[in-house]
Design a binder for this molecule. Sequence first.
Ligand code: C2O
Ligand code: CU
Ligand code: CU
Length: 524
Amino acid sequence: MTMTRRDVLRVAGGVAVALPLTSACGGQTVEGSTGSTLRSKAELPDPFSVELPIPPVLEPTRTDDSTDYYEITQQAVEVEILPGLSTGIWAYNGIFPGPTIVSRSGRRTVVRHRNELPVPTVTHLHGGVTPPEHDGHTVDVVLPVGGWQAEHGGHGSHGALNVIGEGSYDYEYPMEQRAATLWYHDHMMDFTGPQVYRGLAGFHLIRDDEEEELPLPTGERDIPLMIADRSFAEDGDFLYPSIAPDLSEPGLEGNFKNGVLCDVILVNGAPWPFMEVTNTRYRFRILNASNARRYRLALDPAPDGASFVQIGSDGGLLGRPVEHDKIDLGTAERFDVVIDFSQFPLGTEVTMVDEFADDGVGPVMRLIVAEEADDDSGVPDELAQFEPLERSQAVTTRHFRFHQGGDQGMWTVNGEPYDPERIEAEPRLGDVEIWEFTTDAHHPVHVHLVHFQVLGRSKSLLGVGGAGDEPGPYDAGWKDTIDLGSGDTAEVIMRFDGYRGRYVFHCHNLEHEDMMMMANFEVV
Ligand code: C2O
Ligand code: CU
Ligand code: CU
């Protein structure tokens, strides 16, 4: 079943979408992020008045020798996010973040997603090494259980939605990959921004023996933190500047196509929460699930030693830990860090702050060192086997420019707005390739299916010059998303292992993604 999408000119419903480059970098743009800030109209709580929720771990509905089976219902519900107000959300099992799925490396995981929402959805496992029909390609939609009229408009004139499920679909994940912090989120073509914003995001962790042999903090001291900014209407509902709030048309009002930045920071769905900790080490799996906002995380007060000891990245454990005083966190990136609270006197209130906040330094959450406890955890100097990919292994280098372009002033890849039919690259299964990315604004670039290593990055205004410099301080390990600043060039290297078929790569600023900054590659 296919549906033709409407003409590109209809995107913004009559609003001009062309935008000079300077608008993407100036105006209300926040340091470190590309976008415009949407101000809440609701009365906001004081920071640190709500306790940090931890998303529940989902129980399988059944298991057999090889596979664990799960069920998730996507539904519209009302929840309390701001104290005393109710917020309508779209959520996995009615909670935001969705339930955490925990897989074992080497055991298949099957997740049946039932769509009780009024719109088609796509569920992507971000970081998953997944066959193409289960990857959540942006056109592979699951229709609502109640049926759906093809009244959605779309961007491309050649595009087509591909219905893989009517009401539900079983996403099958082989999980032949190492321990890592993955996440699942909506990926509906043209509507990923609004659909994730309404609450369609959750953690999916993979565990394995290699990691469990290490003395890292576990159990109640292994905490996922999903950071996402949102803005609220007076009645408590989320604000989002869609041209059509019922999502019958894609497109955003005014400058918001550069990115929607919000004034409330949610951690695990709670506004600027607090958490009581013991004076021990904790592992935090930090995910930036925001649509467009980047963060520079720091601790206040900062300890004498390292604030954050990074042990893992998007693709799991690093070879060796890396110490940071600050962490620059682009959208969709994961930083797996250990914070050692024995560095603080009991009673210390440690605030995790964002140094890229609109007004300078803003709060994210508070960690209160409330109690003494024993700690037998540690961070070994060697965490995992890490085999660097060498430049000489690459059979080809491809160049991709992420910039504003095309006739309509869209966000493009190599000058082309997303066309589901066009294949931009055809790597062969098993080949190692170098991909070079160049940008004109902040673009966090994400590649499905593979994990890459960063060979180097450099500032090269307007793409003149080349990569080849050292990787940045936040580029260690196996990545699936690289956070690029305005005018950056980076080279990443990866092996196209896993599966043949068609996948996407795109900017993970979700407004840019919806505004066409995406392309297909096909592993052949
Ligand atoms: Cu997290 Cu293609 O996305
Ligand atoms: Cu992905
Ligand atoms: Cu972008």
